[in-house]
Design a protein around this ligand. Structure first.
Ligand code: TRP
Length: 331
């Protein structure tokens, strides 16, 4: 590893149900960071248990999530891909950072407030300290940038506050990370309500294209996408449905909006929806093929996880030993 190489870190929840919004807005970027950064992408199983999980499903989704990232182009040779619970340094630093985080700060986190309302019967301490474990994930690797969705911005700000506080007591311990939030132009919206972001937890499966949806499902969902009562394939005010479909088509084909409008001049919404569905299914076909191959070889995925955990541990323990020394632990 180069000494002055910049570090990129992101954590992904073990959910196989990623959407084309996740793919186009985030995962495709993940693959490009490895040209300029040393990248760590971690499947955060320890964060997942802050809400109840079915063990067999959590285990399956951990494999699936890893396989899906690789299938989407995140090369395990160029990136460190691993599972959080395989590197105990995360939980260890998480404890230390709990002692540098204020009760009031955690109480103000909107994700905590939302999740404790949604899981009122299980407002556990892990849910409350979720952000300190996330700070540990990031700070362990002396991370420079963290690609995340806008919903994680508040957690990133807290991470910076915790790191700054620790550094003010024990100078030169942590790099202060910057969030990297993709521009909103790339926002992919729900097919059922195109004023809302496409969300993997949407209750209406027709609103969402999952990366793993099969060809017929993809085409059917696009056919049913909600649009306005007009018929011209043109970007415009109040045409959220068509605007969203044009964005998706443009991102998938690399064509400009003007070119797309010309291509579909006089052809109506039906034709256009079918074209978007076909382009999307074509783009995802190689991802599916690669995913199936990877999932059929559990041992191969385990070897990737193991190698990733070794690489990550080496970097993590450098920071953790420094922290322990600074705190006065006998090491
Ligand atoms: N909280 C993030 C999410 O829900 C997942 C996450 C855990 C994460 N640790 C992280 C993201 C560290 C970025 C960096 O999406």
């Amino acid at each position: 590893m180069l000494q002055n190489e910049k570090v990129c870190f992101s954590g992904v929840q073990p959910s196989g149900n990623l959407t084309i919004g996740n793919y186009l807005g985030a995962i495709k970027n993940f693959a490009t960071f490895s040209n300029d950064y040393r990248c760590f992408y971690c499947v955060v199983d320890e964060h997942a248990i802050t809400v109840r999980q079915v063990p067999a499903e959590l285990r399956r989704r951990t494999y699936e999530t890893l396989a899906l990232y690789i299938a989407c182009g995140v090369d395990p040779e160029k990136n460190t891909l691993y599972v959080q619970s395989h590197v105990p340094a995360h939980a260890e630093l998480g404890w230390v950072l709990n002692c540098f985080t204020m009760f009031g700060e955690l109480s103000r986190m909107t994700q905590f407030k939302d999740k404790s309302a949604r899981h009122a019967d299980n407002v556990n301490a892990g849910l409350f300290t979720y952000p300190t474990l996330m700070a540990a994930d990031i700070l362990l690797y002396q991370t420079d940038i963290v690609p995340v969705g806008i919903d994680q911005k508040q957690h990133l700000e807290l991470t910076r506050d915790i790191a700054t506080r620790f550094n003010s007591v024990h100078p030169d311990t942590f790099t202060i990370p910057e969030p990297y939030i993709p521009q909103t132009g790339m926002k992919i919206c729900s097919l059922a309500d195109p004023t809302k972001k496409m969300s993997k937890s949407d209750e209406n499966p027709n609103a969402v294209i999952y990366i793993l949806d099969d060809r017929d499902t993809i085409i059917r969902k696009f056919k049913r996408a909600v649009t306005d009562s007009g018929s011209e394939v043109r970007m415009g005010e109040g045409k959220d449905g068509i605007n969203n479909l044009i964005t998706i088509y443009s991102v998938l084909t690399g064509k400009s909006v003007a070119d797309i409008e010309r291509e579909f001049e006089g052809r109506g919404y039906g034709d256009f929806k079918l074209a978007v569905g076909e382009v999307c299914a074509d783009a995802l076909a190689p991802v599916h093929a690669r995913f199936d191959e990877l999932m059929a070889d559990k041992a191969g995925l385990e070897a990737i996880m193991k190698q990733g955990a070794e690489n990550a541990s080496r970097a993590a323990y450098r920071t953790l030993s420094k922290v322990k020394k600074k705190l006065g632990f006998v090491i």
